[in-house]
Design a binder for this molecule. Sequence first.
Ligand code: HEC
Length: 180
Amino acid sequence: MKTLSGLVIGAFALTSVTAVTPALADGHGHKHKNLMMQIEKIVKNKQHAKLIHDRRKEMRALGGNMKKIVDYLKHGKGGPNAVAAAAGAIEVIASKTHSLFPAGTGMDNYAGITGAKTSIQSDNAGFKAAADELATLAAQLKKVASSSGANKGQIAAAFRSVGRMGCGGCHRTYRQKLKR
Ligand code: HEC
């Protein structure tokens, strides 16, 4: 089994923390408004603007929940119960992710302000499957973290799958990283 330090210096753990830092700052009203203002500058359709805003916030919430799990695995903050709660929150978001990416709201219309690739529409079943995969892996992590005999190594292994196959499995194909 891999050591815990092997986990925390793993590529996902690092990128998730850097991806999440601005997301945490965004939890405050001021920055929150900034994202909406940035979006509305480019996206004139109000419904589309709100949708892109809300789904980017949901994605950041995924990052925030992943960070909570890293806090436990890397810093010993919280415990398996907190991990299970975070995994449950990830599962809930994953189960609605597909509905947050309707046709006409992706990069083909709004380049620069959304990272939703056109492949989401051209391979919508694959995109849905990727969201389902995250929900399944998050449910597994929740189960491992909730079981009475759970040890850190098992939780770490389930967490790695969530990051690499859940988040990464979708991002590799369907997401373009935006410039900050
Ligand atoms: C089914 C596909 C899918 C899954 C699964 C997925 N993402 Fe995403 N993610 C996307 C797409 C598409 C975008 C671009 C959204 C946009 O810009 O409109 C994105 C964007 C993001 C962003 C950038 C948000 C911003 O500030 O604009 C973060 C952070 C993120 N995802 C984190 C995660 C984490 C962490 C996980 C796993 C727990 C995850 N995502 C799982 C598809 C997915």
